[in-house]
Design a protein around this ligand. Structure first.
Ligand SMILES: Cc1cc2nc3c(=O)[nH]c(=O)nc-3n(C[C@H](O)[C@H](O)[C@H](O)COP(=O)(O)OP(=O)(O)OC[C@H]3O[C@@H](n4cnc5c(N)ncnc54)[C@H](O)[C@@H]3O)c2cc1C
Length: 369
């Protein structure tokens, strides 16, 4: 079945509103700004997200059409040839909820703190060119003057700690961090400035400052292999460094609930701002990239970036891709880089690390297409 026929048929099974585009360049949807066309790119609106996703996945499975679930595209290297089948963007499925037990702690009004300036990568910025798909409606302003996502229920958290805060999977992680910070809720500060979405962070078990997101995760709701929404409590034994039980499964994460202590709003704000500033100072946002290319294997006794630095590979350039001169584990798109350029740098680094130190570097980045 063609993707055109699949899309037409899917709409007879569940209503769709949102963005749909054929042959959509994935370079618009990755923080690397790299990637060829997806046969069909779909970004269902919040209102139809779950029902349409379930219908689409069921049909696609029957028709053997692959579907790739896209978060913020912050950990992806999409092939120059693009992605066959469907890319389903979770980016409209946003929102936050707070467990309410009739407490009386009011949520603070949103502050107007500035977002990180992703000057280099327009696909990060809000509103994003992700939403500027030809023929699509422009992104509508959020319900809230500041948060780019609606609050599912805006109620009072219970007085006792910790509070349980849930985020829909398409919520940008940095927005989630800012939202809890603005409400005097602590715990997520270390994830400030992390590119991507909550769904991607949980799927990847993102780790910042020696802290994996699984440590704060209470439960996850996902569409399981039978396309039923399932809420599963966190089994910490199923998570490990950059590993989650969702990897290797055919599921869609819908919501993640975190257990977070209340804290001093001023201190939380200070720490979040410091974490964002540290990322900026480390050059994370100077050029398009997908963050660290390789995992940090503790058995090597040093971070992957240090190994790459010792190999003398910093600054090495192939085509438009370059090993960041300031960070051995980052490959940057200096302009016009192809996935092939990046792939060649990765392979070369792996070979050199093995020849020189006997280390088999393990990729963190996910290859798609
Ligand atoms: C500048 C920069 C700095 C970074 N720093 C860090 C860091 O400090 N620590 C760190 O851990 N990572 C870091 N990263 C990598 C990246 O931010 C994380 O891996 C992030 O969690 C990816 O989220 P995403 O939404 O972009 O996922 P994507 O890249 O879109 O997808 C990643 C994987 O998750 C799957 N996925 C995404 N959403 C869902 C969903 N709802 N349901 C099912 N599957 C889903 C996708 O199919 C894919 O397999 C960095 C990246 C950049 C660009």
């Amino acid at each position: 079945m063609t993707v055109q026929a699949l899309f037409a048929r899917s709409q007879t099974m569940a209503s769709f509103s949102g963005i749909a585009a054929f042959d959509e360049p994935m370079s618009r949807h990755t923080t690397f700004n790299i990637g060829g066309p997806a046969d069909l790119y779909l970004k269902p609106d919040t209102g139809c997200f779950v029902s349409y996703t379930a219908a689409l996945l069921g049909l696609a499975r029957t028709e053997a059409v692959p579907v790739f679930i896209l978060g913020g595209g912050a950990n992806l290297l999409v092939a120059d040839e693009g992605i066959r089948g469907v890319v389903l963007d979770t980016g409209s499925w946003t929102g936050a909820s707070i467990e309410s037990e009739g407490g009386s702690l009011p949520l603070a009004p949103a502050s107007a703190s500035a977002s990180i300036a992703y000057a280099f990568a327009p696909s990060f910025a809000t509103p994003s060119p992700k939403d500027a798909v030809p023929g699509s409606a422009p992104k509508t302003p959020s319900l809230n003057s500041y948060y780019p996502f609606p609050i599912i229920h805006y109620q009072f958290p219970r007085r006792e700690e910790p509070v349980h805060v849930g985020f829909r999977s398409g919520t940008p992680t940095d927005d989630a961090v800012r939202w809890v910070a603005d409400n005097g809720i602590s715990g997520l500060e270390d994830f400030a400035g992390l590119p991507g979405t909550i769904g991607g962070a949980v799927w990847m078990n993102a780790r910042c400052y020696e802290r994996s997101i699984s440590c704060l995760l209470v439960e996850t709701t996902f569409l399981d292999e039978h396309l039923k929404p399932v809420t599963a409590p966190t089994d910490l034994a199923a998570f490990a460094y950059k590993k989650s039980p969702f990897q290797g499964r055919n599921i869609v994460i819908l919501e993640a609930v975190f257990s977070l202590p209340l804290g001093d709003p001023a201190l939380i704000a200070e720490k979040t701002a410091a974490r964002r500033a540290e990322r900026e100072a480390k050059g994370h946002f100077r050029y398009p990239s997908a963050g660290s290319i390789f995992k940090n294997n503790r058995d090597f006794g040093k971070p992957a970036g240090k190994i790459i630095e010792e190999l003398g590979l910093r600054g090495l350039q192939i085509g438009g891709a370059q090993i960041a001169p300031w960070h051995g584990n980052f490959i940057i798109n200096t302009g016009g880089a192809t996935a092939n350029d990046v792939q060649r740098l990765i392979t070369l680094t792996e070979e050199k690390a093995f020849q020189t130190f006997g280390f088999k570097l393990e990729r963190e980045i996910i290859h798609v297409g």
